[in-house]
Design a protein around this ligand. Structure first.
Ligand SMILES: *Cc1c(COP(=O)(O)O)cnc(C)c1O
Length: 345
């Protein structure tokens, strides 16, 4: 086969694929790494945007899901479940459909972006809204696996983290080395853990001579790692990272320790400002949670001349409500040339 054939085939030697004879893939990965001209100028650095919103279901979750669903299928699973702030459910629903499996998703009632809910429903998952938050949805999904034959595909599933490490491989493959800083939003902290694994594996194999400092950013209203304690009622406009008790908390602390990195907080106002900035000045429409990575480098700055990659984790089209509610309503004019000229003069 020519062209890009999905992560599992392209990076096969980096995975343990024992027992797998069929890949469940939608040709995920190989996403653009776009040079951010305006941000680079503003920060006097070399800033790049890893555009994960261009994955098949519109977020980086597809990297982990191709692996998780492929392994689940190899193990004979017929049904999968996840608790989700939205993107995991969209991705799980898509890959389960491809594999011919049933998919159950548990989402916090009223707290997931409209596009993500739409995706899960149209891909054919059984969507259940929980009267509770993400952390409760995840606990319920976990508990259910004790009661029936169903495979959990949240990032506590180690196959997810394995698949997601390929984001780091792709960055090194394009830049020719690791960046000085990798800036990334943090919710459950699975992705920051996965990227670090990718960079370190590539480093030990001689594909990059350096390792990045890992800079994670949480939303100020949902910043348990920054605070050092779980947040019972996390709140943020960035619903994808509205998480009070991250599943990969301990691994994430190891990542920041080993990489000499840090996990810090950005406010919702800072997130929305960065969200609008990357759309307006870099032409990348990401979702609010993704913009935490850009908000973080704008807030804290970066060393002059450094190479920085911001991971833009999901597509802006997933959350049309935030896009519209943070914009001015377009004026309505009469359908006449006079009215148009008046408006534009
Ligand atoms: C899942 C998700 C995150 C957070 O990733 P973690 O692995 O939970 O830290 C950030 N942004 C988007 C768009 C997501 O879907």
């Amino acid at each position: 086969m020519t062209g890009w054939n999905g992560l599992l085939r392209e990076y096969a030697q980096w995975f343990n694929l024992d027992g797998v004879d069929e890949f469940v893939t939608l040709q995920e990965g190989n996403t653009p790494l776009i040079h951010a001209d305006r941000l680079s100028e503003r920060l006097e650095a070399d800033v790049w945007l890893k555009c994960e919103g261009l994955n098949p279901s519109g977020s980086f979750k597809d990297r982990g899901m191709t692996m998780a669903i492929t392994k689940a299928k190899a193990n004979g699973a017929q049904r999968v479940i996840c608790g989700s702030t939205g993107n995991t459910s969209a991705s799980a629903a898509a890959y389960a459909a491809k594999a011919g499996m049933d998919c159950v998703v548990l989402v916090p009632e009223g707290k997931i972006a409209l596009g993500k809910l739409a995706q899960a429903m149209v891909y054919g998952a059984e969507v259940l809204q929980i009267r509770g938050n993400f952390d409760q949805a995840l606990n319920l999904a976990r508990e259910l696996t004790q009661h029936m034959a169903i495979t959990i595909v949240n990032s506590i599933n180690p196959d997810r983290i394995e698949g997601q490490k390929t984001g780091a491989f792709e960055i090194v493959d394009v830049l020719g080395n690791a960046p000085d800083i990798l800036s990334i939003p943090v919710g459950n902290a699975g992705n920051i853990t996965a990227y670090w694994r990718g960079f370190t594996q590539y480093h030990f194999a001689g594909h990059c001579s350096t390792l990045p400092k890992m800079w994670g950013f949480q939303a100020a209203g949902a910043a348990p790692i920054v605070l050092g304690r779980p947040v019972e009622n996390p709140e943020t406009i960035a619903t994808a990272i509205r998480i009070g008790n991250p599943a990969s908390w301990v691994p994430a602390l190891e990542v920041i320790h080993e990489s000499l990195g840090d996990i810090r907080a950005v406010t919702d106002d800072e997130i929305i400002e960065a969200y609008r900035y990357v759309a307006r000045y870099e032409s990348v429409f990401c979702e609010p949670a993704s913009a935490a990575s850009v908000a973080g480098i704008l807030k804290f700055g970066v060393p002059k001349g450094s190479t920085v990659v911001c991971v833009l984790t999901g597509n802006g089209l997933k959350d049309p409500e935030t896009a519209v509610s943070t914009s001015a309503t377009p004026p309505v004019i009469d359908a006449t040339i006079k009215a148009l000229l008046e408006k534009l003069s």
